[in-house]
Design a protein around this ligand. Structure first.
Ligand code: NAP
Length: 259
């Protein structure tokens, strides 16, 4: 299937590793030039170089914190007129409902709600003028099925989801689509971190922690960044122009829902 993406330009935030990198690689495989980002320079440069060598696309690597206004300004300057925006950042820490104060919420809202909103507000006007654009926000399964220990994430990402639901329907007439991808558990550093926490708390091995989690997922494994990236590339493609304001769960069936 020709995705119609060759020669387009994408800003993929938080993309030196994990799901962001999966999206960057899948877009590059379709001939998309990239602006990639992460805070750590070394891993970012290494991933950018691998993508250049493997797919022959142009890659600009910008090391900065996407959740700061300075970081966003740097990225937007380097990006210029882009066709595709993929928003992403690290997730907030776990805890219980009574742990978090105002500052914790502000930090989570900044990272996982206000940052993607600021980036969308910056790029949407030119996409609309040019009559084509794609935005994909990486959110979480917790938007459909809240994870109790991730209250900060539940709150911030649900706020973003509400904003996208309204905004996507205001920009679609200009050829611009906005959709969200909701990862369930994927085999990235984040999964290693979560399994490490469970192993320590329960006095079990990492493998035991992993197997216990596999048992809760109908496909009995974690998702891969490659699978995740493929879904992102499809939502960004020419073929997906009628998909607007959707929340696509990629969770191996873990969340049991009829719709
Ligand atoms: P990951 O493997 O830990 O990768 C995170 C990537 O984002 C790295 O490249 C990291 O590089 C970059 N990054 C983190 N914070 C950043 C910041 N403030 N500014 C710029 N770059 C930043 O994480 P992941 O598994 O891909 O997860 C991506 C998102 O999906 C997270 O928000 C996570 O909570 C959410 N999610 C993941 C899963 C899962 O199972 N993996 C499930 C549900 C939701 P640097 O550290 O060098 O900046």
């Amino acid at each position: 299937m020709d995705m119609g993406l060759s020669g387009k330009r994408a800003l993929v935030c938080a993309s030196s590793k994990g799901l962001g990198l999966g999206c960057a690689r899948a877009l590059a495989a379709e001939g998309v030039d990239l602006i990639m980002n992460a805070r750590g320079q070394d891993a970012l440069d290494a991933s950018a170089e691998t993508i250049r060598a493997e797919f022959g696309v142009e890659v600009t690597a910008i090391a900065c914190d996407v959740t700061t206004t300075e970081g966003q300004a740097k990225l937007l300057k380097a990006a210029g007129d882009i066709d595709i925006l993929v928003t992403n950042a690290g997730g907030p820490p776990p805890g219980v409902w009574s742990d978090w104060d105002r500052d914790d919420f502000i930090k989570a809202l900044d990272a996982n709600m206000l940052t993607p909103i600021a980036l969308m507000k910056a790029v949407l006007p030119r996409m609309m003028e040019r009559g084509w654009g794609r935005v994909v926000n990486i959110t979480s399964q917790s938007v459909r099925s809240p994870i109790p220990a991730l209250g900060l994430s539940n709150a911030a990402r649900t706020g973003l989801t509400g904003y996208v639901a309204g905004t996507a329907r205001q920009v679609a007439q200009h050829g611009v689509t906005i959709n969200n991808l909701l990862p369930g558990i994927h085999a990235t550093d984040r999964a290693v971190q979560l399994d490490g926490g469970v192993a320590k708390a329960q006095g079990i091995t990492m493998q035991e922690a992993r197997e216990a989690r596999y048992a809760t997922i109908p496909v009995r494994r974690y998702g891969t960044a490659e699978e995740f990236g493929a879904a992102c590339a499809f939502l960004c493609s020419e073929k997906a122009g009628f998909i607007v304001g959707q929340n696509l769960l990629l969770d191996g069936g873990a969340v049991s829902l009829t719709m």
